[in-house]
Design a protein around this ligand. Structure first.
Ligand SMILES: [Zn+2]
Length: 326
């Protein structure tokens, strides 16, 4: 039985699955320099031992799923950072680091996820900043297929699509990830707006001020997805976003929020304590979240708190009476 089969079985029987916390922010907290264009992606090449130690700490904290440090690895951003020739290697080494940590530290079944994000599309779009909606579809297909297949070949158990926040690239990212045949979790990030180098909270609009979460989900949801997560969002917006997701998606849903603010290329940690995080996480599970973890600014102590404090089984969700999927 493979790690992805075990994970699928656990989701099907209603287990609460604990995801890890932030990787890039945790690397920064441990003194790894962040790159302006490639953020935490270069750490896979220069600090693989520290990347492994972050994964080990999340495993020790009780994560069922750990995420390889591939979120920020985009071919274009690596080229801009002067490492374009090491794009494949960086992805492979990120997966190797997560698998090595699992081999060394896991005392129970742990799945290794590969992250594929909006970075791929954003780095393409950056060249055409005057109109962010103009994206070359062939390039998007190539970019998403390439990274998804590198990660699959390197041995991840599932793929996490992260910050898939635009219909301009999202459907392609979803389709390319599904082509691998691996379980795919879709991650959307409501409640902020990118303003120059800062990501600013913006609760008046759900996604970058360009499209509502409802409309975005209508573009992205495919029955082949295994789960849909609200991620990299502030804790005050995830509850309303979760409600929107469970009205549109009858499969497993999850929440892995952030704590703090990003000013490129640095994460400023927030004040959320592990105890307060557990209190919020209990509410999300009560509202149907079956996957809970953290994104930027959420640390091993937070994951430990939810591992120890959350129920093992998700309660039946009140929104999920209807068997129909939109
Ligand atoms: Zn994040």
């Amino acid at each position: 039985v493979t790690a992805s089969e075990t994970l699928t079985e656990r989701l099907n029987r209603g287990d609460v699955i604990v995801l890890d916390g932030g990787i890039g922010s945790e690397l920064e907290a441990r003194g790894i320099p962040m790159n302006y264009v490639a953020w935490c992606g270069l750490a896979n090449l220069e600090h693989q031992d520290i990347v492994e130690s972050v994964h080990e700490d999340y495993i020790a904290a009780g994560a069922d799923v750990i995420t390889a440090n591939t979120f920020a690895i985009g071919r274009k951003s690596f080229e801009a950072a002067g490492c374009g020739d090491r794009f494949v290697e960086a992805n492979q080494r990120a997966v190797q680091a997560a698998r090595a940590a699992r081999d060394r530290a896991a005392e129970r079944e742990v799945a290794v996820a590969g992250a594929v994000s909006g970075v791929t599309a954003r780095s393409l779009a950056a060249a055409k900043r005057e109109d962010r909606t103009i994206l070359d579809e062939d390039a998007l297909w190539r970019g998403y297929r390439e990274q998804a297949s590198i990660l699959a070949d390197a041995g991840v158990d599932l793929l996490l699509l992260e910050m898939i926040n635009s219909p301009a690239f999202g459907p392609i990212a979803v389709a390319a990830a599904l082509e691998t045949g691996l379980p795919v979790w879709l991650g959307v990030s409501p409640g902020f707006r990118v303003n120059g180098d800062r990501a600013e909270p913006d609760h008046t609009t759900m996604i970058h001020g360009e499209i509502s979460l409802e409309s975005l989900l209508d573009e992205l949801l495919r029955p082949e997805l295994q789960a849909v997560n609200v991620m990299h969002a502030t804790t005050d917006v995830v509850e309303s976003a979760l409600e929107i997701v469970v009205h549109r998606w009858n499969g497993p849903v999850g929440v892995y929020p952030e704590s703090g603010t990003y000013t490129r290329p640095h994460w400023e940690f927030g004040e959320l304590s592990p105890e307060a995080f557990l209190g919020l996480a209990r509410g999300w599970v009560d509202r149907g979240a079956q996957i809970v973890g953290g994104c930027c600014g959420i640390r091993p102590a937070h994951i430990r708190a939810i591992r120890d404090g959350l129920p093992n089984l998700a309660p039946q969700d009140p929104f999920k009476h209807s068997p129909s999927r939109r």
